[in-house]
Write a protein that binds this ligand. Structure first.
Ligand code: KG4
Ligand code: ZN
Length: 383
C-alpha cells in the first residue's frame, strides 16, 4: 500500500511516499529556516504563505521521485515513450502524472496540532487530491507521526542507517520537539496513552530560548548542541526542574535559570535587556553555558524516561521529535536504560511527511478513511 503524505504543521513543507508503512520511496522537505531566520523564529503568517508557494511543486517532486528510476516501473517507460513521441510538455506531464497517481493508494495529512494557517494549506491540498483523484483520506495526529518515524526500516540510501526492526509493543515513547514534550505508553497501534507532558515550555523550545540568550541564530537547538561540544557541562550548576506530577516536565524555570546565570556572569541584574547579554560573553563562556544547559536538560529527560521504564516495563523505548536528533540525549538514554534503543535517522526525527505516512498506514488497518469534504484542521488537538 503506497501512501502519499503531506506535513505542514509548522515551517516545513514536506511530502513523502511510503510503502506499507515501512519503506520510504521518497521524501521532500522544503525548510523555511532561511525565511524565518531574520525574525529569530517562525512567523505564522509568513509560514502559511510559504507553504502555498511550494506546496504543489513539492507534491509533484515527491510523487516523481517515488517511482522514476525504478527499472521495474512501467511508469518510467510510459514517460520515456511520451517524451519521445510528444513535444507538448503540458500534455506529457498530465499523462505521466495520471500514471503516477494510479500508484498511490491513499492520501494522508497532518490534521494537527500545529499552526492554524500552516495546517490549513496541507489539509486543503490533501482534501483536494483525495476528492479529485478519488483516494481514501487519512488524517494523522502530528505527535503520533513522530512516534511512527521509528517504523520506517528501509528506503532512501541518503537517510540510512534505519533501525533493524520495528518497535515491539508495549512501547515507551519520549516525544521531544519544539512544540511538545510527552511520554507515551503504547500497548498496540490503537492504544497510546500520554503518561507525562510538559506543563509549560517544550524541550526544543527551551533549547531555542537558550540559543537566543546566548546569541545563536535560529534554529537554536542545533546551534546550542554544536556550541556545547566545546564547553564544560559542569561549569555552571543549573537546577533540575521540579514538578508535582511524577512524569510531567517543566522547562521554563531551567531557561530562566540560564538567563539569571548569564546575567550574573556578565555582572548585570534582571533589568538589563536580555538580547544585549550575548555581546558580553566570549565564545568559551557561551560554550560552557550551552554545555551546562544541555546536560541539565538531557539528564532531566533521561531521569523521567528511566522512571517510566521501571514502572511500565516496556519491551521497547523510542524517541521522536526534533530534539531526538540530539546525540548527547541518545547516548545518555542508551547508558541509562537496560534495553537497546534503535534510533530513527535524523531526517526522520525533525518534522517530515514520511512519519505521517507511516502512522497513516497502521491507522488505515483499523479506521475508515474520512470524507474529504468535511475534514477540518485541529490546531489544538490533545492526544
Ligand atoms: O519536531 P521538530 O522538527 O518541530 C516541531 O514539531 O516542533 O522539532 C524542532 C525542535 C527545535 O526546537 C530545535 O531547536 C530542536 O528540535 N532540535 C534540537 C536539535 N536539533 C533540533 N534540539 C537539541 N539538539 C539538537 N541536535
Ligand atoms: Zn514535530
Amino acid at each position: 500500500m503506497n501512501i502519499l503524505a503531506i506535513e505542514t504543521s509548522c515551517d516545513e513543507t514536506s511530502v513523502a511516499v511510503v510503502a506499507d508503512g515501512c519503506k520510504l520511496l521518497s521524501l521532500v522537505v522544503n525548510s523555511q529556516i532561511d525565511i524565518h531566520k531574520a525574525f529569530g523564529g517562525v512567523v505564522p503568517e509568513i509560514a502559511a504563505r510559504s507553504h502555498i508557494e511550494v506546496m504543489l511543486p513539492v507534491v509533484r517532486q515527491a510523487l516523481e521521485e517515488a517511482f522514476y528510476g525504478n527499472p521495474k516501473s512501467e511508469i518510467l517507460n510510459t514517460k520515456q515513450t511520451q517524451n519521445s513521441n510528444d513535444q507538448n510538455t503540458t500534455h506529457d506531464q498530465r499523462i505521466t502524472n495520471h500514471n503516477l497517481w494510479s500508484q498511490i493508494d491513499a492520501i494522508a495529512v497532518t490534521q494537527g496540532p500545529g499552526l492554524l494557517g500552516s495546517l490549513l494549506i496541507g489539509v486543503l491540498t490533501a482534501k483536494t487530491l483525495a476528492w479529485t483523484l478519488n483516494k481514501p483520506l487519512i488524517p494523522v495526529h502530528h505527535h503520533l507521526g513522530h512516534i511512527y518515524a521509528n517504523w520506517i526500516l528501509e528506503g532512501l540510501e541518503y537517510s540510512a542507517p534505519y533501525p533493524a526492526q520495528v518497535p515491539e509493543f508495549p512501547v515507551l515513547a519520549l516525544i521531544v520537539s519544539g512544540g511538545h514534550t510527552q511520554l507515551l505508553y503504547g500497548t498496540d497501534h490503537n492504544t497510546w496513552k500520554v503518561i507525562g507532558r510538559t506543563q509549560d515550555d517544550a524541550a526544543g523550545e527551551a533549547f531555542d530560548k537558550v540559543a537566543k540568550i546566548l546569541g545563536f541564530p535560529y534554529p537554536g537547538g542545533l546551534n546550542v548542541a554544536k556550541a556545547a561540544e566545546h564547553g564544560d557541562p559542569l561549569c555552571y550548576a543549573l537546577p533540575t526542574p521540579k514538578v508535582a506530577e511524577k512524569y510531567n516536565f517543566s522547562f521554563s524555570g531551567l531557561k530562566t535559570a540560564v538567563l539569571r546565570a548569564v546575567q550574573k556572569e556578565c555582572g548585570k541584574d534582571h533589568t538589563f535587556p536580555s538580547f544585549q547579554l550575548a555581546a558580553l560573553l566570549n565564545e568559551a563562556q557561551k560554550a560552557d553555558f550551552a554545555a551546562s544547559f544541555q546536560k541539565t536538560a538531557v539528564d532531566y529527560l533521561v531521569s523521567k524516561t528511566k522512571l517510566a521504564f521501571e514502572e511500565f516495563q516496556p519491551k521497547t523505548v523510542i524517541i521522536g521529535g526534533g530534539v531526538a536528533a540530539s546525540q548527547p540525549l541518545r547516548e545518555a538514554l542508551s547508558t541509562a536504560l537496560p534495553v537497546e534503543i534503535q534510533y530513527a535517522p535524523q531526517i526522520l526525527c525533525t518534522d517530515n511527511a514520511a512519519m505521517i505516512a507511516a502512522r497513516a498506514y497502521f491507522q488505515s488497518k483499523n479506521e475508515d478513511p474520512v470524507d474529504p469534504c468535511h475534514l477540518e484542521v485541529k490546531p489544538s488537538w490533545p492526544l
